[in-house]
Design a protein around this ligand. Structure first.
Ligand code: GLN
Length: 453
């Protein structure tokens, strides 16, 4: 069948089904069919690559030329991006078709998709439950077969956690592996784009397109991109798996612990050996993250001032009124909370007490991972402490919400790669297994993930 037929089938499915999941903010029918037509012409000319004509969805944090790029905020509800993110350009150049822009937490701040200006996305396994966040729309769309694959971003778990809660595969690459150019910044030293797919093989194909140096992002690594599909079938005999005792605390959901233990048993059956390791500073990751991420966010989000782009309040009386009301009316409550925490932590006189301390902790956390990965090839554990929770269950308690990221957030502070793969179910909801590797060990992670599936 043609790309036009395939694309139309997905667009029809989105129209028929997405009322239940709210996984898309914008569906780009016209653009999709235009790209699909072009892809069919490329195919007819015999020039097709792996992605020619394949539909995908982009998290609405990636700038898309001529298409609204909202970051799920009222602030950018009217923002039509004048340029494409590098990731979007790469997929376009590979011949992929853009189905639309997926729902997310506002400015990627959240773990449940409930902070979206467009209403929460819902978990396809149980629509009373959250899909996770912030890339909840991408996870829900892939899980509900409303896109074969999607892009996401992970600042503190936002690819891996929704992938776990929706029963799909989500890979956060090493910081610097994928360009951040045109990816609306939340916390620049932590943000990293990556694939959200049904299988590890699909994730490898996506990463083949996404990874690579970009002169427009000064933190993007000048390092060769291997073929991430090349090692998928490598046998795992002799693989050394580290289990950090801090990832199996007493209050871990027993059903999650059981599924994860069962998955590790399967790896042993494939020839892997298991050893306990320790990441002693795990308990400090959330406090350190909630200084560093809001500090960077308060600085990054200062550009939304009602002047250059985005929302502007009605009839401002002077410049200060314009700033105050545009920001006051344009940002939602979670974004305001982060800006206030960040501005406070960076205030004169508080730097040593908060930001500097948090950076010192960040260094210790990184060292924990480096030490553990000197002893083993990969680290495994649960992606989340609980399966998907009910909508509204944690909205009034931000700290309870922040704790959902306890197993994912430390990896962003370290900058290392991690993948979440589905490893079972409990009471009808999926469970995610997280596999962590050393810097630029994506190929190994994808190999290990693929062998389980
Ligand atoms: N849930 C975390 C937060 O709210 C992580 C978000 C993310 O990775 N974008 O900041």
């Amino acid at each position: 069948f043609s790309s036009v037929e395939l694309t139309q089938a997905y667009l029809d499915r989105i129209k028929a089904e997405d009322g239940k999941y709210n996984s898309y903010i914008t569906v780009t029918d016209e653009l999709a069919l235009e790209q699909a037509n072009a892809a069919d012409a490329t195919r007819a000319a015999g020039n097709a690559g792996a992605f020619t004509g394949l539909p995908i969805a982009h998290k609405d944090i990636f700038c898309t030329e001529g298409v609204r790029t909202s970051c799920a905020s009222k602030m950018l509800d009217n923002f039509i991006s004048p340029y494409n993110a590098t990731v979007v350009n790469k997929f376009n150049a590979a011949g992929a078709v853009t189905l639309g822009k997926t729902n997310m937490d506002e400015f990627a701040m959240g773990s449940s998709n409930e902070s979206s200006f467009y209403g929460p996305a819902r978990n396809p396994w149980d629509t009373d439950c959250v899909p996770g966040g912030s890339s909840g729309g991408s996870a829900a769309a892939v899980a509900a077969l409303l896109a074969p694959a999607a892009t996401g971003t992970d600042t503190g778990g936002s690819i891996r956690q929704p992938a776990a809660l929706c029963g799909i595969t989500g890979l956060k690459p090493t910081y610097g592996r994928v360009s951040r150019f045109g990816m609306i910044a939340f916390a620049s030293s932590l943000d990293q784009g990556g694939p959200m797919t049904r299988t590890a093989e699909d994730a490898a194909m996506m990463l083949n397109v996404m990874a690579g140096f970009d002169p427009n992002d000064s933190t993007c690594m000048q390092k060769d991109v291997p073929d991430y599909t090349a090692d998928l079938s490598k046998p795992l005999a002799g693989l050394k798996i580290g289990l950090p005792k801090e990832f199996f605390p007493d209050d871990l959901s027993p059903a999650i612990a059981q599924q994860v233990q069962a998955a590790i048993k399967e790896y042993e059956a494939l020839g892997a050996t298991v050893k306990e390791v320790s990441l002693p500073n795990t308990g400090l990751a959330i406090p350190a993250y909630y200084i560093i991420a809001p500090s960077e966010a308060s600085s990054n989000l200062s550009r939304f001032d009602g002047v250059r782009y985005g929302y502007r309040c009605e009839s401002p009386v002077d410049l200060e009124d314009l700033y105050k009301r545009s920001r006051g009316e344009g940002f939602g409550p979670e974004v305001k909370r982060r800006i206030m925490v960040g501005a406070y932590a960076l205030s004169e006189g508080f730097y040593d007490a908060y930001y500097k301390k948090a950076q010192q902790i960040r260094r210790l956390i990184k060292q924990d991972y480096v030490n553990a990965l000197n002893e083993v090839d990969v680290i495994m554990g649960p992606t989340t402490p609980h399966p998907a929770f009910k909508l509204g269950e944690k909205t009034s308690d931000p700290v309870a919400m922040y704790m959902e990221d306890i197993f994912t957030i430390s990896l962003n502070l370290a900058g290392m790669p991690g993948i979440s793969i589905p490893c079972g179910q409990t009471e009808g909801l999926p469970v995610g297994l997280q596999i962590i590797g050393n810097y630029f060990a994506e190929q190994k992670l994808l190999n290990v993930a693929h062998q389980f599936q």
